[in-house]
Design a protein around this ligand. Structure first.
Ligand code: IMP
Length: 192
């Protein structure tokens, strides 16, 4: 079984990715690999952030590892909140405040198209590989549903009548940015 470090402190995310990877691989958190400080995330793009986090781990521990970064890109807002999705309404991870600000900034906008994008940077045997998963959709006029997290109550994926927050975890995962990026990572690792 091959061990890979996932640069996250989020146990829920780790379990989700572990389930897709199966038991050929054993995922370890950053803390499990001896990195207890917060890993810096100062890039201007999702790619830079994911890459910064995986390199941070690799340079210190020399292990196979990967990191992810996700953002919501709204066309009418020039791609915002993008890399600032977690802190759109200020420091802290206040999903409600972020959703309120997004609705305010889109008031009266005719174009409500948006996408979620997840980028994964994998460092395997010292070489970096990037994977991207995206889902196109639009920002609703008001929230609906109570599942998921973050912007889920406002995001309606293309081809759907309901928001991510109205879907089961499996329904969302089948089409989501993160689900798609993680399945690409899994396929790549299994074919090595
Ligand atoms: P992270 O890079 O996975 O930590 O995501 C950054 C931010 O993007 C989160 O704090 C959420 O605000 C938002 N986000 C990421 N993934 C999702 C999702 O699946 N649904 C809704 N919001 C998300």
């Amino acid at each position: 079984m091959r061990e890979i470090v996932f640069a996250t402190g989020n146990a829920h995310k780790l379990a989700e990715v572990q389930a897709v990877l199966g038991d050929e691989f054993r995922l370890v958190t950053a803390a499990g690999a001896g990195i207890t400080e917060e890993i810096p995330e100062t890039g201007l793009t999702l790619e830079q952030n994911a890459s910064q986090k995986s390199h941070y781990l690799y340079e210190r521990q020399g292990v196979d590892c990967f990191a992810d970064d996700t953002g919501l890109e709204v066309d009418a807002l020039g791609g915002a909140p993008g890399v600032h999705s977690a802190r759109y309404a200020g420091e802290g991870h206040d999903f409600e405040a972020n959703n309120r600000l997004l609705l305010e900034n889109l008031e009266g906008a005719a174009d409500r198209s948006a996408r979620f994008r997840t980028v994964i940077s994998l460092i395997l045997d010292g070489r970096e590989y990037l994977f991207e998963g995206r889902v196109e959709g639009r920002i609703a006029e008001s929230r609906s549903g109570c599942g998921g997290f973050g912007y889920d109550p406002l995001f309606i994926p293309e081809g759907s009548e309901v928001s991510f927050a109205e879907m089961t975890a499996d329904e969302k995962n089948a089409i989501s940015h993160r689900g798609r990026a993680v399945r690409q990572l899994a396929e790549f690792l299994k074919n090595r």
